[in-house]
Design a protein around this ligand. Sequence first.
Ligand SMILES: Cc1cc2nc3c(=O)[nH]c(=O)nc-3n(C[C@H](O)[C@H](O)[C@H](O)COP(=O)(O)O)c2cc1C
Length: 175
Amino acid sequence: MKATITPTQIEHKMDVDDFIVSKTDLKGRITYANRTFLKIGQYPLGSLLNVQHNIVRHPDMPRGVYKLLWATLKKGDEFFGFIKNMCANGDYYWVFANVTPDSNVDGKLHGYYSVRRQPSERALALMVPIYKEMLTIEKRMGAREGPEKSVAYLNELLAEKDTNYRDFVLDLYKN
Ligand SMILES: Cc1cc2nc3c(=O)[nH]c(=O)nc-3n(C[C@H](O)[C@H](O)[C@H](O)COP(=O)(O)O)c2cc1C
């Protein structure tokens, strides 16, 4: 079971040459985490093996973003997004994540793979208020309807800007 950790306001920033890598099985249980993941998350070696990836989920993150992540993966596509993660002691760090289906050479899907890089301050300044509004919607609508409604808000907001989440975050990451 996931332990309850109290979030702190202490941020750990990724370095520009940091890569946080993890792999999971089909159910999202961690099968591999690189040293940078353990270091920034303050997890001892071996402690994340077979643990659900939601161990690093931060309560400031709207559930709608993970709904989007899993819907993208289930379609066989790769997901890009900005994610706030929690360290073992409640501190936090932001990442720009790429999550992809992970197949054997015979094409059989056996899990998922993620590489995370440093997000820019400019990108986060734009993402944070959007996620905040999504979270407000989720709190207002409740656990059942909330994530769907928050994703609808996100999609509508981005459609007004003639874009979608994938293109929006990729543009933010690149520029
Ligand atoms: C390869 C892979 C990497 C993931 N990386 C993260 C991550 O960095 N942070 C996170 O909160 N969730 C990540 N997730 C999503 C989690 O599995 C989970 O859906 C999410 O934390 C929401 O938790 P919940 O489903 O219990 O609400 C990842 C999933 C996969 C398959």
